[in-house]
Design a protein around this ligand. Sequence first.
Ligand SMILES: Nc1ncnc2c1ncn2[C@@H]1O[C@H](COP(=O)(O)OP(=O)(O)O)[C@@H](O)[C@H]1O
Ligand SMILES: O=C(O)C1=C[C@@H](OP(=O)(O)O)[C@@H](O)[C@H](O)C1
Ligand SMILES: [Mg+2]
Length: 172
Amino acid sequence: MKKIILLGYMGCGKSTIAQNLSKITNIPFLDLDKCIENKAKLSINEIFEQFGEIHFRKLEHEMFLELLQSSENSIIGLGGGTPCYANNHELLKRDDVASIYLKASIDTLYNRLIHNKSKRPLIANMNEEEMREFIAKHLFDRSYYYNHAQHKVSVDNKAVDETVQDILEILA
Ligand SMILES: Nc1ncnc2c1ncn2[C@@H]1O[C@H](COP(=O)(O)OP(=O)(O)O)[C@@H](O)[C@H]1O
Ligand SMILES: O=C(O)C1=C[C@@H](OP(=O)(O)O)[C@@H](O)[C@H](O)C1
Ligand SMILES: [Mg+2]
């Protein structure tokens, strides 16, 4: 069975959707950020603070390869930046994975992230205006990498269950 990879911008719902998809399919869910935190015994915030983003990107690439190498079935929730560094986007095209881009609009992302920014070091210290502008520019830059996914699901105005159903249809 192919490994299922969920990708997309911070707040698009990778962790939430992967968890729910895992419950329905009984395929174990691995959150890349959580795996990095467990291995480093530090939170994502602490890794950024103590070692910087470049070091985080190295850990992220290594952990992504490690998860892909395992022979177990899994749903892997990436971090928002994963496809955009270390040529990770090329791994999204592999035959042994089904990669799915959870595509969200700037408004959807802004509305979710405004209440959920403290654990995301890239936006934690921004005010509302800065955040909206940052998301707009950053999403534009990153879309090139996200578009390497094999499949795309729009998540705007959809409940968690609806997005999960859309993914099940892709996988069927
Ligand atoms: N329809 C929805 N689908 C996914 N997440 C939603 C939805 N509505 C609200 N949310 C909230 O948006 C946030 C998405 O965050 P998360 O799943 O951590 O995304 P990511 O891992 O992509 O950064 C969560 O707080 C979740 O509860
Ligand atoms: O977009 C990014 O560069 C990041 C997204 C985060 O994951 P989520 O997308 O799950 O928030 C986490 O990996 C880190 O804070 C960096
Ligand atoms: Mg996440």
